[in-house]
Design a protein. Structure first.
Length: 69
């Protein structure tokens, strides 16, 4: 996902895709012994779309992580 972003391609993880694992596996020809754990939507973001202005509040990194050297 980071590599895609570096190339200007947007991605969104889609956990709900596992709800449709049998259909997805059949459509893509994936064998039954494989397990679908995540789908990823891929595309070019429209930065002019209002939804892309939405930002969530985030705690400062220092409040949620401890780095040990």
């Amino acid at each position: 996902m980071l590599a895609a972003q570096a190339k200007g391609v947007g991605t969104v993880p889609q956990a709900f895709a596992t709800d449709y694992a049998p259909q997805i596996k059949e459509h893509l020809g994936i064998s039954a012994d494989k397990r679908l754990v995540l789908g990823i939507s891929v595309g070019y973001p429209d930065m002019a779309a209002p939804v892309n202005d939405f930002r969530t509040e985030r705690s400062p990194l220092e409040e949620i992580a401890t780095f040990v050297e």
